[in-house]
Design a protein around this ligand. Structure first.
Ligand code: 6GU
Length: 279
């Protein structure tokens, strides 16, 4: 997978090169390029924003800068051709899928353009899974009051544009949101996490939050690990873990339980646990 990020604060994205994502880069699974939006400015002040039409506070990012930046990043031309990169990556989508244009069901090979904004659709584990199957993601980080809307209307000819939000709060810019989304996506790429099972049991994978975990010692500060986890009975352990997940989810995210109920994803045992937790 290749990630491109366009930002006026390239150093803000340095954490992408560390830890888990850094290892994916070293292994050739991931290729990251961070582009300084100011490379596409034309004036001595390198201005990227201007006052909003219609008035109001703040500044809006200029289409005359963003348009050429998105053109060049899509084509890997101009300033985007020479950006510093760590390693080049192997394709991870099966090459026949790419060759015959089947990377997407509708044969659409335009890269996804992710626009982080509190006005976007909610980003979720489902979004992360969908994007983890892409060859290329381009992130456009806006600051100030946003980017001129025509930039995205125009970019739709070369990109599949997705405006997404992390939640109901306002960040100063998209950079931190990109770090969050990139980590959620990249950890789902086969070979990035050591243990394949570890994301089959993630929170949200079955619509539930994950329950508690324990490790040695068996007794710590007079607190014991739940007996069932020492039993060696895998069916019993699985059932206990689901019960814990149900109870935790009902307590902190009741709307997730309601969604499972509507989907018919709860059985009689699940319902009895929810009716009488701890019995
Ligand atoms: Cl994705 N971006 C910005 N700038 N603010 C946010 C957000 C994203 N999600 C919540 N607030």
């Amino acid at each position: 997978m290749r990630l491109d990020v366009i930002t006026i604060f390239p150093e803000y994205l340095d954490p992408l090169r560390h830890a888990l994502l850094g290892r994916a880069i070293e292994r050739g699974i991931l290729d990251v390029a961070v582009h300084d939006l100011r490379s596409w400015t034309h004036d001595v002040h390198k201005a990227v924003d201007d006052t909003p039409y219609g008035g109001g506070p703040g500044m809006v990012m200029k289409p005359t800068v963003w348009g050429p930046a998105l053109d060049d990043v899509a084509a890997l031309s101009g300033p985007a051709a020479t950006v510093r990169r760590l390693e080049s990556a192997q394709p991870h989508v099966p090459s026949d899928a790419v060759d015959i244009g089947k990377a997407h069901a509708d044969g659409d090979n335009r890269p996804v353009l992710v626009v982080p904004t509190p006005a976007g659709a909610p980003f979720s584990q489902d979004t992360a899974e969908r994007w983890a199957a892409e060859e290329r993601l381009v992130f456009a980080c806006g600051r100030y009051e946003g980017i001129d809307q025509r930039v995205f209307d125009d970019a739709a000819t070369r990109y599949r544009v997705e405006e997404v939000s992390l939640g109901d709060y306002v960040l100063i810019g998209g950079e931190v949101a990109v770090l969050v989304m990139a980590e959620a996506v990249v950890r789902l790429i086969p070979g990035v996490l050591g243990n394949r099972r570890s994301h089959e049991e993630d929170s949200f994978q079955d619509g539930l939050l994950e329950g508690p975990s324990y490790t040695k010692p068996r007794i710590w500060r007079e607190r014991e690990v739940p007996e069932v986890l020492l039993s060696g009975d895998h069916a019993k352990v699985d059932r206990w873990r689901r019960d814990q997940a149900l109870v935790r989810t009902a307590a902190t995210r009741p709307e997730l339980i309601e969604a499972l109920q509507r989907e018919g994803a709860l059985d009689d045992r699940d319902r009895s646990v929810l009716d009488a937790p701890g019995e």
